[in-house]
Write a protein that binds this ligand. Structure first.
Ligand code: PLP
Length: 422
């Protein structure tokens, strides 16, 4: 059953309540390895499901456009103070609705349409909002990209510097959605300084690892840090922008009134709760365990003949090219889902296949670590993945169902926040 209980919802709208209950059970029974996903605490769930959703609060604390902000101002201020403390930054804005609008606010704050930006190429691990052609950021700005090296699967910072000197972007973006290796923020900062660019560190995926001390921080190097709050940081769906004091006004104005109306106060409260959780010793241990699990899983997969981009991982994320396994990413991801292992198909660098039917899969350990799984269990997870992929190649549905049963048996011993077994 969903926790907190949804009895009012069940009485009023059994159709939606039933689907939410089914989703809660699905999340309980599967090894959830979509690298951008996690399980929030019951406290975060409670904060996001409150009467704060009733309130309009356009503006910022002390400077609102509507009355009745006695408590919302305090909640937003707490979220901001906790973000500043946790990430060691001068200024934080907790209002962006999600990671994509947060990034767009950075463009609005510092650029004019047509200006040049440089980010990591999407097929190499970048994000849509880093100037990809189909995104507003690629349509309205002159986007150029760097990528990883074919032999190493890693970014060569000398090549980034050469490209930056050639294209002279006004905005340089570090970070992405499918990067299994440590991001060299000091090297990016040096390049940005050399060409007079604003450096944006987009830490959406790794924010929780940074908060927990399991990945170096861009604080003190990047002009602006953008992050989602719902990936490794384990908060509600939302985002934050953080910066040095000199950019505070420009960023705040870009978020409101530049791009958004009223902030989602229930989300702000959830972010505040998650930031408090992320400042604990337990969360530090969690962040390091996420990386330990990813490295143990990467080692076990390599032993089973999986071809990992860059040969392994430094963080929560693993990218595997399935070509040697004789299957493409999409049918593999579908078979794994049936086997109780949820991840996504993904382009690998220099992928000869199409983005909607690529060669690889992407997976992460943020969710299974929240459930309490440890490095000792990662060889078993790798074995199930390998068996499921062999079964997929042979079109053996019964074998996939057998694995799903074993997965759900294992997970029944690991509690999930947001769910209580009956
Ligand atoms: C997830 C992600 C985003 C976008 O976040 P949404 O909340 O999905 O809009 C932006 N940048 C990076 C690097 C991401 O991984």
């Amino acid at each position: 059953m969903h926790q907190p209980a949804i009895s009012h919802l069940a009485a009023e709208d059994p159709q939606i309540a039933g689907l939410i209950e089914a989703e809660a059970q699905r999340q309980f029974e599967k090894i959830r390895m979509i690298a951008s996903e996690n399980y929030v605490s019951t406290a975060v769930l409670e904060a996001t499901g409150t009467v704060l959703t009733n309130k309009y609060s356009e503006g910022y604390a002390g400077k609102r456009y509507y009355e009745g902000q006695q408590f919302v101002d305090q909640i937003e201020t707490l979220a901001i103070e906790r973000a500043k403390e946790l990430f060691g930054v001068d200024h934080a804005n907790v209002q962006p609705y999600s990671g994509s609008p947060a990034n767009l606010a950075v463009y609005l704050a510092f650029l004019k349409p047509g200006d040049t930006v440089m980010g990591m190429a999407l097929p190499h691990g970048g994000h849509l909002t880093h100037g990809h052609a189909v995104s507003a950021t690629g349509k309205w700005f002159n986007a150029t990209h760097y990528g990883v090296e074919a032999e190493t699967g890693r970014v060569d910072m000398n090549k980034v510097r050469e490209a930056a000197l050639e294209h002279r972007p006004k905005l340089l973006i570090a970070g992405g959605t499918a990067i299994p290796r440590t991001i060299d923020f000091p090297a990016f900062a040096e390049i940005a300084q050399e060409i007079g660019a604003i450096l944006l560190a987009d830490i959406a995926h790794i924010a929780g690892l940074i908060a927990g001390g399991a990945h170096p921080s861009p604080a003190g190097y990047a002009d602006v840090i953008s992050t989602t709050t719902h990936k490794t940081l384990r908060g509600p769906r939302g985002a934050m922008l953080m910066c040095k004091e000199e950019h505070a006004k420009a960023l705040d104005r870009a978020v409101f009134p530049g791009l958004q109306g009223g902030p989602h106060n229930h989300t702000t409260a959830g972010i505040a709760v998650a930031l408090r959780e992320a400042s604990t010793d337990a969360f530090k241990a969690y962040a390091h365990q996420v990386v330990a699990n990813a490295q143990a899983l990467a080692a076990a997969l390599t032993e089973r003949g999986f071809d990992l981009v860059s040969g392994g991982t430094d963080n929560h994320l693993i990218l595997a090219d399935l070509t040697p396994k004789g299957i493409a990413g999409k049918p593999a991801a579908q078979a794994l889902d049936r086997a109780g292992i949820e991840l996504n198909y993904n382009t690998v660098p220099f992928d000869p296949r199409k983005p909607f039917d690529p060669s690889g899969i992407r997976l992460g350990t943020a969710g299974l670590t929240t459930r309490g799984l440890t490095p000792e269990q990662m060889p078993q997870v790798a074995q199930w993945m390998d068996e499921a992929i062999v079964a997929a190649v042979k079109d053996d549905g019964a074998e996939l169902d057998r694995i799903a049963g074993e997965v759900s048996d294992l997970l029944s011993g690991y509690p999930m926040p947001g769910y209580a077994s009956e």
